[in-house]
Design a protein around this ligand. Sequence first.
Ligand code: OOG
Ligand code: MG
Length: 255
Amino acid sequence: MEQIIENFSTILDDAAKVANPVIQISNTSKITLNQAYEIQALSIQRRLARGENLTGLKMGFTSKAKMEQMGVHDMIWGRLTNNMHFENEGDIPMNKFIHPRAEPEIAFLLKKDITSNITINEVESYIDGLAPAIEIIDSRYKNFKFSLEDVIADNCSSSGYVLGKWYSPDTDVSNIEITIGTNGEVKAIGNSKAILDNPFQSLVEAVRLALKYGQELKKGMVILAGAATSAIPVNDGDTVQATFGNLGSLSFQAK
Ligand code: OOG
Ligand code: MG
């Protein structure tokens, strides 16, 4: 089995590297959730060996809108690297992706290392700030189709993120209207409440899952809380913009 896990980590890493889709693991092999996380860890190790740095973690399927869109039933988490980070209002080259989609998120910046579980009331004391964000997801599987194990092995479709302006840790993000759209047209609307009733809870869950799987949580890491709306397709030439009520907006240009 170790060899199979190693092989899938290579296949998925290569698929991301050259932006070429592959068939789902579950079409040919049965793997467990733990094995899926092992594949993810190994594929990220390959990125780190090429010189990328781990910059944070992302939560997935923390809202009903996302679970329903993708037909899955549980939360997942993945890893972010510096290669996935793009500037707000900047250009993002589309040739890096297979079939990219964008979704609005809330990001947290860790103020210190976290080594044990935290409660929602403690979140404020563990972050330096929070920001509106856009995540770009790009499944390495054909037709953006996968099982829960498939998507975990594929680093939860992580492929890009853009961060907006940072706000202080005591900013209330429990009830913010969020939109995302392209070229001036709103394509999806949601509310931050949809993220586990409060995006702060998503950080609590991120800590729990990272510790469970032996992933360190370090000062300076960015944690994405998961999308509040379904993801929208991104096409070459699109200007993608997300709005977050009082927190303002952010955007990128798909080039
Ligand atoms: C998996 C990633 C899910 C989120 O915010 O829920 C995710 C996918 O939908 O391809 O990033
Ligand atoms: Mg996401």
